[in-house]
Design a protein around this ligand. Structure first.
Ligand code: TRP
Ligand code: SF4
Length: 328
């Protein structure tokens, strides 16, 4: 029996190269070794986007299609929609009883969100409970490991604390999941901030090559390099970071040319654009062959499979907590 892992992303739609290199490549690699459940977290998306749900369905479809384009195989892994498996929500409620408020209030990810989204005194109950819902996601599958980025470590720590507390109060039914950190560095957006669709600085897998070209043309580079002859500093340069993703062999040469003033930013951007578009071409080709109709069926099928596992765990939880049963 393979060990099980669970991971997920908030349902935000199309995948960008930051997701591809930071998360999806890691997920794809794990498929052969683990029994993988990959969740489209639409309920987590609601914690900040509750007042804008018109695009939710299309965001879910786009995300699922892009995951498959990036190499998630539905023969090996299960892709499912969080809200179609109500056991997540029910377990979330039960777990909320044993979570002390300070565990949630001190969460650094929440503090960051309050700052970035200007929420201050507008934090809703659901957002505060975000890590409890994430714990329910993971524990529903008794996942032994969770592939995540650095930024999710606080959430995973809360999951582990919740599992420990549950096990000691009721019955030891949950393994404590360990994080599987992806090694890839954080990929910046074209403006140098974290790459994110909502910041409008992302290069999408599924966009026209012309759009990718325009974005790279606008990307920030070393501000001290104005003329071709100026000696540049590639290490902080975004275009250089993109170049490294798609041209591992050529990267040292590019570095030398930049630092010695043998190449200018315009030419460097041009070369990077070509390489990146070439790299993305097969993904884009594959994308055009997946129909929306087939993706709906895939999501329903995956969610059914997920529900079976989650339901079995949830029944154990009810029993451990001595909740009433329909029949004996
Ligand atoms: N919080 C994660 C993110 O922002 C998404 C997520 C939801 C998740 N549920 C999860 C990740 C369970 C790992 C496991 O990316
Ligand atoms: Fe960046 Fe390339 Fe310009 Fe150097 S030449 S600063 S690597 S864009």
């Amino acid at each position: 029996m393979k060990k099980r892992i669970l991971s997920g992303c908030r349902a935000t739609g199309s995948v960008h190269i930051g997701n591809l290199f930071g998360t999806l490549k890691n997920w794809v690699k794990l498929q052969s070794e683990y029994d993988c459940f990959y969740e489209i977290a639409d309920l987590h998306a609601l914690t900040t986007n509750y007042n804008n749900t018109v695009e939710m369905k299309s965001n879910i479809r786009e995300m699922a299609i892009d995951w498959m384009v990036c190499g998630i195989s539905i023969e090996e892994s299960t892709i499912f929609i969080q809200s179609l498996v109500p056991e997540h929500s029910e377990l979330y409620l039960l777990l909320s009883m044993i979570v002390p408020l300070p565990w949630l209030e001190r969460n650094p990810t929440l503090k960051e969100q309050i700052r970035d989204l200007n929420l201050q005194d507008k934090v809703n109950y659901g957002l505060l409970g975000y890590p409890v819902l994430q714990a329910a996601d993971i524990l529903c599958y008794k996942a032994s490991a969770v592939p995540v980025g650095e930024d999710q470590l606080p959430h995973l720590e809360i999951t582990r604390e919740i599992a420990r507390k549950f096990n000691s109060i009721y019955k030891p039914i949950f393994p404590e999941p360990i994080p599987l950190l992806s090694k890839s560095p954080r990929i910046p957006g074209i403006d140098g901030r974290k790459m994110s669709k909502s910041l409008n600085n992302a290069i999408l897998i599924n966009e026209l090559p012309q759009i990718t070209k325009e974005k790279i043309t606008q990307a920030f580079t070393d501000p001290l390099k104005i003329h071709k002859q100026d000696k540049g500093h590639p290490d902080g340069c975004i275009v250089f970071a993109y170049h490294g993703l798609v041209n591992a062999e050529g990267i040292e040469g590019m570095k030398v040319s930049c630092t010695q003033g043998k190449i200018g930013c315009v030419e460097c951007k041009g070369r990077t654009t070509i390489l990146l578009n070439d790299f993305l071409a097969p993904y884009r080709e594959k994308r055009s062959k997946i129909s929306t109709k087939s993706i709906d069926e895939i999501l329903i099928e995956g969610s059914r499979k997920a529900k079976k596992v989650a339901k079995a765990t949830f029944d154990e939880v009810r029993e451990a907590m001595q909740l009433w049963e329909w029949q004996k």
